[in-house]
Design a protein around this ligand. Structure first.
Ligand SMILES: Cc1cc2nc3c(=O)[nH]c(=O)nc-3n(C[C@H](O)[C@H](O)[C@H](O)COP(=O)(O)O)c2cc1C
Length: 276
């Protein structure tokens, strides 16, 4: 019987989705089922998996898991179900994300069999990690999938003896301090604070409504132009990264300054880190 492989992702900009899809290309003989957790209706379901399934969970990071990990992971119920933890970051650092994901998933009946920290184009600027995952990343991701297939599907081996890394920033002392502080707060996830999340819509907007539809938290509406509810917005950039006219952009001065720094610091290509 073919193994059922579930690709489950929260991927506002699409790089995490591409990453888990690339990994699944290395997994032979499997039925692939995708669950897109940007969709609220999927986060509100209750999924049950068996020990014969394989779950590949992909989430983006910002020191911790970013976005809605409580809802995403809270919808998943395992029963000794093997899972692969996948996190993406914008050529910076994934902090404690993998460690947090392992703990939260294992509490819900899953068993980590492999994990990886990958690079995706930075959510706020196409000048950082441009077009990643690129061809070189894809080759690594497919090979990782082949290794997972061999280990879990052929050798039936679900042991995981790797020590996951905590990936601290190398971007100056303040960043390290900030990450240590963020990591110390309880809870698995982060979102962008309200003082950083303001969006502006340019005249290029054709009011197609794509941003309204893709927003994972219903923070945008189409009512005489696009309107943002800053109390709901988590700052994930799904709207920005999926706008066909490039018409919706973050404008908070604090955020813009921080992105300028990121562009300065993150010019050296980082490579994926695999644990299997
Ligand atoms: C609010 C926010 C904070 C982020 N913080 C970090 C960070 O601390 N370090 C990093 O390397 N990337 C950071 N990123 C970038 C994303 O993790 C990265 O671009 C990821 O590939 C985006 O995944 P997606 O395309 O699936 O949305 C952040 C993105 C957002 C939206």
């Amino acid at each position: 019987m073919n193994k059922r492989v579930y690709l489950i992702y929260f991927s506002p900009g699409g790089t995490t989705k591409r990453t888990v899809r690339n990994i699944s290309k290395g997994i032979g003989n499997a039925d692939i089922i995708e669950i897109d957790m940007l969709k609220r209706e999927n986060r509100e379901k209750n999924y049950h998996f068996t020990e014969n399934d394989l779950v590949i969970l992909g989430m983006m990071t910002a020191t911790k898991l970013f976005g809605l990990p409580k809802e995403v992971i809270g919808a998943l119920n395992g029963n000794k179900t093997p899972f692969v933890g996948v996190v993406t970051c914008g050529n910076g650092y994934y902090g404690k994300s993998l460690v947090i994901m392992q703990k939260a998933m294992e509490k819900r009946g899953f068993k980590m069999v492999a994990a990886g920290g990958f690079i995706g184009q930075y959510s706020f600027s196409d000048k950082v990690a441009t077009n990643r995952p690129d061809e070189k990343d894809e080759a690594i991701q497919v090979r990782f999938g082949e290794d997972i297939y061999r280990k879990v599907c052929i050798d039936n081996n679900i042991k995981f003896n790797q020590k996951l890394k905590i990936d601290w920033p190398n971007e100056g002392g303040f960043s390290t301090f900030k990450c240590a502080l963020i990591s110390a707060f309880p809870g698995p996830g982060l979102s962008l604070p309200k003082s950083w999340n303001e969006l502006a819509v340019s005249d290029n907007c054709i009011e197609c409504g794509k941003c309204v539809k893709i927003c994972p938290v219903g923070a945008l509406s189409l009512n005489n132009g696009i309107k943002q509810d800053r109390n709901k917005c988590i700052g994930c950039q799904a709207c920005n990264r999926n706008c066909p006219k490039d018409a919706i952009k973050p404008v908070s001065p604090k955020l813009i300054k921080s992105v300028e720094n990121v562009i300065k610091y993150r010019d050296k290509r980082k490579e994926p880190e695999l644990f299997i």
